[in-house]
Structures are given as C-alpha cells and as structure tokens.
Design a protein around this ligand. Structure first.
Ligand code: GDP
Ligand code: MG
Length: 163
C-alpha cells in the first residue's frame, strides 16, 4: 500500500498552505473527509517515481483558543495511528511557541521519522531563525516557504528518502 505522510503542528503555521503547495502535481484525491470539512485533506503525491499519501490533519472540527492543545493532541493521535512519516510544521516568523513545545513533547516517544519543517522562510536571511527549533530535539530541520516556493524539491526529497 502507499506510504502515508501526515502534516501536524499548531494552528497558523501554514499546514494547509504546505499541503496545497506540495500537492501541486496532485494525481488524485483519494479521500475528502466530506463529513468533517469541505477541504480535501488527503492527496496522492509523486516525486522521483515514488508515491505517498499526504494528509493535512489540522483544523478538524471547531477549534477555539480554549482547545488548541486538544486540536494538536487529536492531530498527533491521528498521525500516530495512520502515518509512516510525520511532517512537524513550525513558523520561522513567529519563532518557537509554547504549543510547538507541546507538540514536540507529545511526539517524543514516537519512533517513526519526523521531519521538522520550518515554514515561512520566505527569504534567505530568515533561515538563521530556524536554529532555535533545534530545542525541539527533532533532528533535521528544513526551511521552506509555501508562499514563496522555496525548497519544495528538497522537502520532497527528504520525504521520499525516508519512505
Ligand atoms: P494552518 O492553520 O497551519 O493550516 O495554516 P494556514 O495554511 O491556514 O496558513 C496560516 C497563514 O499563514 C495564512 O495566512 C497563510 O497565507 C500564511 N502562510 C502559509 N505559508 C506561508 C509562508 O510560507 N510564508 C508566509 N509569509 N505566510 C504563509
Ligand atoms: Mg489548516
């Protein structure tokens, strides 16, 4: 079966933007969870003749300020039960936030590959700001910009290398 990759992270880091950006060469919509959201959240992606199924796990159901933690916990549970690789997205422009630390703590015992994606690195001078995310203890950090189209191929390469 096709390997599964899940996108997780606190609200507003750009998970859905990243999903749509990576899905640019989308071949098929394999599931649209139509009962939960109007957005299509799972898509099949091809890179270098390798295929994987990408899922945007965020924003499932209503999220308000009181249950942000509940939302990330739900994302992580879903990723743990269904993903082979986890893309943990953070925002290089806001920097490290307490909820990022919550996500990292929840991921701590998980053996499967986690790629730390520092999104919103719109310009090269912003790349240095990703250093502080080393504190999350998740090894390799890749800087990308979904809106400025930076390092898309590098990210896809990292993913397929781990399939
Ligand atoms: P989500 O809540 O994690 O799914 O985040 P969204 O994908 O909804 O994005 C939240 C906000 O961040 C939106 O206003 C996006 O346009 C913005 N955003 C997403 N990716 C980037 C990026 O690479 N650079 C910048 N500057 N803004 C971005
Ligand atoms: Mg979203």
């Amino acid at each position: 079966s096709v390997p599964k990759v899940a996108i997780i992270g606190r609200p507003n880091v750009g998970k859905s933007s990243l999903f749509n950006w990576l899905a640019r060469r989308r071949l098929a919509i394999v599931d649209d969870y139509s009962g939960v959201t109007r957005d299509r959240m799972t898509t099949l992606i091809e890179h270098d003749d390798r295929f994987f199924e990408l899922t945007d796990t965020g924003g499932m159901g209503v999220v308000d300020d009181d249950n942000l933690t509940e939302d990330v916990v739900r994302q992580i549970e879903m990723a743990i039960t269904s993903a082979d690789i986890i893309l943990f997205v953070v925002d290089i422009q806001t920097g490290l936030m307490p909820l990022d630390v919550t996500v990292a703590e929840r991921l701590r015992g998980i053996e499967r590959p986690v790629i730390l994606v520092a999104n919103k690195a719109d310009q090269p001078h912003q790349d240095i700001a990703a250093e502080e995310f080393q504190k999350l203890g998740r090894g390799h950090i890749i800087r990308v910009s979904s809106t400025q189209n930076r390092h898309r191929d590098d990210l896809l390469e990292l993913i397929v290398d781990r399939l």
